[in-house]
Design a binder for this molecule. Structure first.
Ligand code: KIV
Ligand code: NA
Length: 278
């Protein structure tokens, strides 16, 4: 499949073909995302803070850590459109600082677009980035970078005021030039309403089946962890079990001396050369 463009993403929305987005954090996960022609967008999500780096929140992730991972994803990626999250604190101080940081993600990280969590209060940044030619994916609803001020990871827009805020934010961000929008953890009715209201594609996560597309975290799709599972996660594999079984069996094979096999998994010397060596 040829490189996905923004135009193609809009065409998918126009034809009611659900857009498929998945996160990646390094070379092998980028490869995995690219292995299916059905993947439209690969997101270097700041969820890498938790799933790859062991931080307990995305707010601990730095720009240089994000860039380091973006580079690896770009090297492993083929057709999907590549978007990176702008980490917490890299787009709020001033518009010019946000532009400088986004340029670094594009130039060094080799991503094609940036994703910013926020509503009306960030429209100046979204407008400026869009104006200078850096495609912006907005992110409304649950914003994990604000988990402290929002008192946890909670479904948003469940009451009239909350729904009104999501809708107003979405409209303002579209008007500012966002090319697409992630809508996280809202009732499916609100996911549908926002999708029908907007002209740009919506990519839902915990926003029901009526958005223009879906996104999930790679490790959730793979079943890489078996602890708490958010309601909106579907585990399409059980890689944790597979991985731990292999680690166990490797340990056993080393311990009992059955690995490596002397014939099929070892090299041998030329007999003549070996006699001379001795
Ligand atoms: O960081 C992330 O992985 C995300 C997606 C799940 C939308 O923002
Ligand atoms: Na994110």
């Amino acid at each position: 499949r040829k490189k996905v463009t923004i135009q193609e993403l809009h065409n998918l929305r126009q034809s009611n073909t659900p857009i498929s987005m998945l996160t990646a954090y390094d070379f092998p996960t980028a490869h995995a995302c690219s292995s299916s022609p059905l993947t439209d967008i690969t997101l270097v999500g700041d969820s890498l803070a938790q799933v790859c780096l062991g931080y307990d929140s995305t707010t601990q992730l730095t720009l240089s850590e994000m860039i380091h991972h973006c580079k690896a994803v770009a090297r492993g990626s083929t057709h999907p459109f590549i978007v990176a999250d702008m980490p917490f604190g890299t787009f709020h101080s001033t518009v010019s600082e946000a532009v400088t940081n986004a340029i670094q993600l594009v130039r060094e990280g080799r991503v094609e677009g940036v994703k910013l969590e926020g509503g009306k209060e960030i429209v100046n940044v979204v407008r400026r980035l869009s104006e200078v030619g850096i495609p912006v994916m907005a992110h409304v609803g649950l914003m994990p970078q604000r988990h402290t001020s929002m008192s946890g990871y909670k479904v948003q827009g469940r009451n009239a005021e909350g729904a009104k805020k999501v809708v107003e934010d979405a409209l303002a961000l579209q008007e500012a030039g966002a090319f697409a929008m992630v809508v996280e953890a809202v009732p499916l009715e609100l996911g549908k309403y926002v999708t029908e209201l907007l002209k740009i594609p919506t990519i839902g996560i915990g926003a029901g089946p009526h958005t223009s597309g879906q996104v999930l975290v790679y490790d959730d799709v793979m079943g890489a962890w078996s602890g708490h599972k958010a309601k909106f996660v579907r585990r399409f594999a059980n890689s944790r079990e597979l991985r731990e079984k292999a680690v166990q069996e490797y340990g056993e094979a080393v311990r009992d001396g059955t690995f490596p096999h002397p014939e099929t998994e070892s090299y041998t010397v030329d007999k003549h050369q070996w006699a001379r060596f001795l």
